[in-house]
Design a protein around this ligand. Structure first.
Ligand code: SAM
Length: 277
């Protein structure tokens, strides 16, 4: 019988955030696939766990993915961990999950630390609807294109960012979204120097021009305001009905189309158009 793949989230700063279930899964797995075995060894030593480790990272994932899958198909259970947080979220794992799913292997994701959700929860921005945009490109042109594709995005947007790229990212964001767009900069989450700065893009640029950004950041940017609805008057409706009738539409069809176009109740348009010849 085939084994299983477990996705095991690990702390993003505070070692106390490892759950009982994650620890048990690591203890019971036949082997652990890790993004950086040296990083994971530190955690395993802290937990007192000794297990065979296999490295699985961006540049060996196609070859190692097959090796891991074969071992699972042969009956072994694999626990996948990344350096910090949830595997497969801006981290290796996505491809292995796809490979396992296609091969009919059961994949079990254990809930746990994830920077995107931790940041969103603490951001003070709307949490009802959000989109995760991961890391922006380092190339200025594609970064700008990515941001421009989000110009009318109304959901809260979440980005990962490295400190050395923070200022140029904030500048690109201010160019595209406007300097007054609210942003929460969530830094060093769950760590000793955890900090959340709730400001605007312009305010963030001013702050980090003065003080060099340090540590790991998640940027939570407010979505665009919905476009203001234009309120059409009965006069506008009568004018549009007249225009459509001139174009050959019957009064009934002109009223129907005008009501739809101007988002007005049909009876209002009908009354307004009574005297249209
Ligand atoms: N898979 C991970 C997760 O579930 O959060 C994310 C891995 S991604 C390679 C690393 C990025 O996550 C960092 O560059 C930073 O943007 C964000 N991050 C990770 N830990 C963080 C922390 N403690 N505080 C703020 N951001 C963090």
């Amino acid at each position: 019988m085939a084994g299983m793949l477990y996705l095991v989230p690990t702390p993003i700063g505070n070692l106390g955030d490892i759950s009982i279930r994650c620890k048990k899964t690591l203890e019971e797995a036949d082997f652990i696939a890790a993004e950086d075995t040296r990083v994971s060894l530190k955690l395993l030593n802290h937990l007192g766990i000794r297990k065979p480790l296999v490295s699985y990272y961006e540049h060996n994932k196609s070859q190692k993915g097959n090796v891991i899958l074969d071992r699972i198909l042969a009956g072994e259970t694999c626990a996948l961990v990344s350096d910090a947080g949830s595997p497969a979220i801006s981290d290796p794992g996505e491809d292995l999950v796809k490979q396992c799913a296609e091969a009919g292997v059961t994949v079990c994701a254990i809930p746990g630390p994830c920077a995107v959700i931790t940041a969103l929860s603490i951001s003070g921005q709307s949490t009802g609807r959000f989109c995760f945009e991961g890391f922006l490109s380092t190339a200025k042109k594609s970064r700008k294109e990515h941001l421009e594709s989000l110009v009318s995005e109304q959901r809260t947007m979440i980005f990962y960012e490295a400190p050395h790229k923070l200022l140029s990212t904030l500048e690109s964001m201010a160019e595209v979204f406007g300097a007054d767009r609210p942003i929460s900069l969530c830094r060093e989450l769950t760590k000793l120097h955890e900090e959340v700065v709730r400001t605007t893009l312009g305010g963030a640029i001013a702050l980090y021009t003065e003080r060099a950004p340090k540590g790991e950041f998640v940027l939570v940017v407010a979505g665009a305001q919905p476009p203001e609805k234009v309120a059409f008057t009965a006069e506008d409706a009568a004018e549009r009905v007249a225009q459509l009738m001139e174009e050959g539409l019957s009064r009934k069809d002109a009223v129907k189309q005008t009501a739809k176009e101007l988002d007005l109740p049909k009876n209002v348009v009908y009354d307004a158009a009574l005297n249209v010849e």
